[in-house]
Design a protein around this ligand. Sequence first.
Ligand code: MGD
Ligand code: SF4
Length: 750
Amino acid sequence: KTRRDFIKISTVGVGAAAISYKALGSKGFGLFESKLEGPVSDEDLTPYPTYCEVCFWKCAAWAYVDKKGRIRKVLGNKNDPHCNGRLCPRGTGGVGMTYDEDRLKTPLIRETRNDGTQYFREASWDEALNKVADKMKEVKEKHGPEAFGLFNHGTPGGQFHHLLRAYGSESNAEPAFANCRGPRMSAYFSTFGAYVGSPESTDIRDTKCLVLIGSHIGENMHNSQVQEMSEAIDNGATIITVDPRFSTAAAHSSFWLPIKPATDIALIMAWIHVLIYEELFDKDFVERYTFGFDQLKEHVKNMTPEWAYGITDIEPEQIRRTAKEMAGAAPAVVIHPGRHLVWYGDDTQRARAMAILSALLGAWGKRGSLYFAEGIKIPEYPQPHYPETKWGWRDWNGDKYPLATMGITTELLKASIPRLNYEHQVKAWLIAGTNLPLAMPDKPLFKEAAAAVEFIAVMDTMPMEVTGYADVVFPEATYLERYDVIRSAANREPNIALRMPAIEPKYDSKPGWWIAKQLGERLGLHDYFNYDDYAEVIDWQLKKLGTSLEEMKKIGVKKFPRKSGPLYMGEGEDFEFNTNTGKIELYSVDFADHGFDPIPKYTKHPEPPANFYRLIYGRAPMHTFSRTINNPNLSDLMSENSVWVNPKVADLWGLKKGQEVWLKNQDGAITTFPVKIRVTERIRWDSVYMVHGFGHANKKLSRAFGRGAADTEMITNVMVDPIMGGTGMRGNFITFLKEDPALNRKEAKA
Ligand code: MGD
Ligand code: SF4
C-alpha cells in the first residue's frame, strides 16, 4: 500500500460504492440502499438538512426522503467544514439508527410483580411524564432541587440540562469531560489560556509535521480531521506516531515509536530536553510569548534521551531524530492534543507537556500548527434567568477538583451514595444520551449508586444497558426525526448548521425538546419553554443572526465572515494570553497555586503482575462507543470486537486465532461474554488491545447482545487525576480464561 491510500473519504454519487477505506482493510462501502426498497432516482427525493449524531463531530448532511416518506440516503453537506460533503461510514449508516426495529417505541414504566420480579410496562406519554414530574416535585420539596442530578451527553442531553437549570439544579455531569477530554481542557487552558475545542483547531491540512501521541486518527474517525491528515500525507508531511500498538496511523507514519505504555510523559520531556539543550527551539517565540523558560530548562536538565530510553523503550537516537524533525518543520507542527486522554491519572500533566512542546516549537497560532478558531454565539431565546442554586456540581464534595471546568461523572455517582458522606447528596437522576454502564469505569460504583438513588428516568432511542436501570424510560425520536439546537462550533470560518426532521418520529417516540418542555410545563416552568414548537426558537435565533429557518432549510449550513481577526498570529505581533501572567505558561502559576506540579514530571505507574497484560482500548472507524453496535448497517461492517494478542503471548498461552476466551482482571472481574483472539505483531507483548463499545448485555438488542466483550467490565481500577478528576482507565491488567467462566466466576467471588 502506498501512503496515498490512507483513509480517503471520497465524495459519493447516488448508488455508488461510496467510500474507499482501502487502508483500513474494510470492504467497499455502499449507501446501504440494499436494505431499502429498490433503486430511486434523485428527482424523486427531497433533501432535508440535518447534522449527524452518530459521533460528536456533528457533520452537516442532507437526508433524502422518497415519496413514500422513507429516508433513502444521508449525504454530507458540501458547504460544511466538518465534513466537506463527505460523511464517514458511521454517518452514512446513521440512518440505521432510525430504522433499527429494536428501537424504544413507547414510554415504559418499571413495575414489580408480587414475587418481587420486575418488568417494564408500556405507558402513555401522559402517565410517564406525570410520574417523572411528580418525582421532581417531591425531590424539590424534600431535599431541594439541587438533589436531582443529570447525566447528559450530546444534543438530547442539552435539552434536559436546560430543564434542570430552570428547575433549580446544577448537579450535572457528562462523560465528555471526566471520561474523555477534560485533561486537555485544564492543560491547554492553564498553558495558553484557551481551549482547543471540538473540532480541534488543528491546522493539519497545512502542517509539515503531525505528532500523534496515542491519537489513532483513522480508526478514531473524526471526519474533516481524517481528510486533512490524508491531505497532509499527500503533501509529504512527516507523521510521528507514538503508540504501543501499530495503529493505522502508525502504518502511514514516517516514524512509529512503539512506546512502553504509561511512559509518554518521559518521552515528551526528553523531546523538550533535546529542543532546549540542542538549541532547536523557537527562541524568538519563547522570549516574546512564554513565561517560565528558565525553570523549565532547569527542570528538564537530566531528562535526556538516555534517561527516557530506560523508561519508554524508545532508542535515544530515535528521540533525537524525531525532535529534530519537529524543529525542522516548526512552526508548522501539530502536536495533536488528543481527545480521549484519561489514561493514567496524570493525564492533565501529559497534556501540559504536549502544550509546552508546542510552545517551544512556536507551534501555536501559526500556519500548520493550531489556528485561532472562531464560532458564532447563538442568541439566547427570551426567558427568565435560571434560579439561583444553593449548591451544584462543584460542591458535591467541597470543590475537590478545583481546576475541573465541568461536572465529574464519577463524583456524581459518589454524591449519590449515602455511605460516602458527601457534603451534598444527590437523590434522583435524569439520564439523557449516555449509556453509563458501558461508558463509566468501575461498574461496582455505578451499580451501588444506581441502587442508592430513589428514582431514575432515562431518555434514549434504544433499549440500552442504562435503560435497564430506569424507573421511567422516554423513547426519544432519532436525530433524523427532530428539530434540535442550532449547531455552532468554532472553526476556521464561523458557521452554523440546522437539524430538522426529515420524517415524522417513528412509533410513539418524541423529540427531546418536546419531552423537556412537557416536564417543564408540569413543573410550572412555562416561561422557560415559551413556544409550541422548537422551530419557533430556531427561527427566532436565526433571524437574530440575519438568516431564517426558511433560508436554512434550503442551505443547511451558513458561513459568516470572521470578526476576531486572522487565523494566525502576525510576525512578531504583540499578543496577550488569557493566563495569570498574560503569557504562555511553561511554568503554570495556577498549578503552583493549587499545589500541583507547575512543570510536568514523569511518574512511574504500576506494571502488569506476572501472567497479566495491560488492557488498552480504542475505536474502530465504523462504530462510536456503544451506541452504534446494534445499528443494522454498521453491525454488518463489524459485528464484534476481538482481543489483540502478541504472537509470543499467544504461544505462551496456547491461544489460537479466533479462539474464544473470557478475560479476568487484577480485581477478579470477569467479562460477561467471551471474546475472540486476534494474534498480531501489531501489539506489544506486555499489552492487549480491544475496541471499546462491544459486549452489550441487553437482550433487546438483537444484533449487539453478547457480541464481543466490554472493555469497561475490565476497568475496575480508576486512576483519578488530582487536577480535574479525570478517570484514568489504563491501569487495568487482564489475564485469559479458556474454561467455563461460571466456574471461574464462583472462584473469583470466593
Ligand atoms: P455511548 O456508549 O455511545 O456513549 O459515552 P456515551 O456518551 O455513554 O452511549 C450513548 C447513548 O446515547 C446510548 O445509550 C445511545 O442509544 C443514546 N443515544 C444515541 N442517540 C441518541 C439520541 O438522539 N437521543 C437520546 N436520548 N439518546 C441517544 C461516551 C464516553 O465513554 C466518552 S465521550 C468517552 S471518550 C469514553 N470512552 C471510553 C472508552 O474508550 N473505553 C471505556 N471503557 N470507556 C469509555 N467511556 C467513555
Ligand atoms: Fe457522523 Fe462520521 Fe461526521 Fe461523526 S465523523 S458526525 S459519525 S459523519
